[in-house]
Design a protein. Structure first.
Length: 197
C-alpha cells in the first residue's frame, strides 16, 4: 500500500487527551456487552471504565490505516447516522478535505452508487442492525468507529474503544484521525512537488 506512516502523537499525550476528553467512561455496568470485557479496566459508580492503553493502541492503528488510505490515493467518507453531532462530522471531514454525509442513511446508497465508492468509512457510532455494515461488507469497504461498552466487539473493520455519546470524546477521536489524514495529504503533496523538480 505504499509508504507506511507512523503516528507522530506520543502515547503519553494520547493518554492525557483520552482522560481529559472523558473518553474513558462507558455505559452503566448493567448494559455492558461482555465481548468488550478485555478492553475494560473496571467500574466506577457503576459505570464502565475503558483501558487507556487499549484506546491508545487501537487509535494508533486507526490513524495509520487512515494515513495509508490517503497515501494510496484513496477517498474517505465521514458518516453521521443520527441527529446528534452532525456538525462535528461535517467539520472534521471538511478539515481533512474528505466527503461527509450527515443525514439519515438510505439503504442501498453505496451498493446503488449514490456515492462514489469510498476507500474507507469513518463514523463515531454505528446503530444496531445498520444497513451500512451490510453494504460496506458487500463492497469490501472498511469502517472505523468508536466501540462503546454496549457494542458487540469488532462491529467494524478497525475500532478504538471509548465513549461514543460524549461530544468531547468524539471530537478527540475524530481529531486523531483527521490529524493523520492531513499529515498524509501534506506528505503526498510534498512528494508531487519534489518529483516535478
Amino acid at each position: 500500500m505504499g509508504v507506511i506512516i507512523k503516528p507522530s502523537v506520543s502515547s503519553k499525550n494520547l493518554s492525557k487527551g483520552f482522560l481529559a476528553s472523558q473518553s474513558h467512561w462507558g455505559h452503566s455496568n448493567q448494559i455492558l456487552n461482555h465481548s468488550l470485557s478485555a478492553h475494560i479496566i473496571g467500574t466506577k459508580h457503576n459505570f464502565v471504565v475503558f483501558n487507556p492503553a487499549h484506546f491508545i493502541e487501537y487509535s494508533k492503528r486507526c490513524s495509520i490505516f487512515c494515513s495509508n488510505i490517503v497515501l494510496d490515493n484513496g477517498n474517505i467518507l465521514f458518516i453521521n447516522f443520527g441527529s446528534e453531532y452532525k456538525k462535528l462530522t461535517v467539520f472534521f471531514a471538511s478539515r481533512s478535505l474528505q466527503t461527509s454525509y450527515a443525514n439519515k442513511w438510505v439503504g442501498g446508497s453505496i451498493t446503488n452508487n449514490f456515492f462514489k465508492k469510498p476507500s474507507l468509512i469513518i463514523t463515531h457510532s454505528i446503530p444496531k442492525d445498520s444497513f451500512i455494515l451490510k453494504e460496506a461488507s458487500k463492497r469490501f469497504i472498511p469502517i472505523i468507529t468508536l466501540e462503546d461498552s454496549d457494542y458487540c466487539l469488532n462491529k467494524s473493520f478497525y475500532s478504538s474503544f471509548g465513549n461514543d455519546n460524549n461530544k468531547n470524546s468524539i471530537c478527540y477521536f475524530y481529531s486523531i484521525l483527521s490529524d493523520s489524514i492531513i499529515k498524509s495529504l501534506l506528505l503526498a503533496y510534498a512528494k508531487t512537488l519534489t518529483s516535478s523538480i
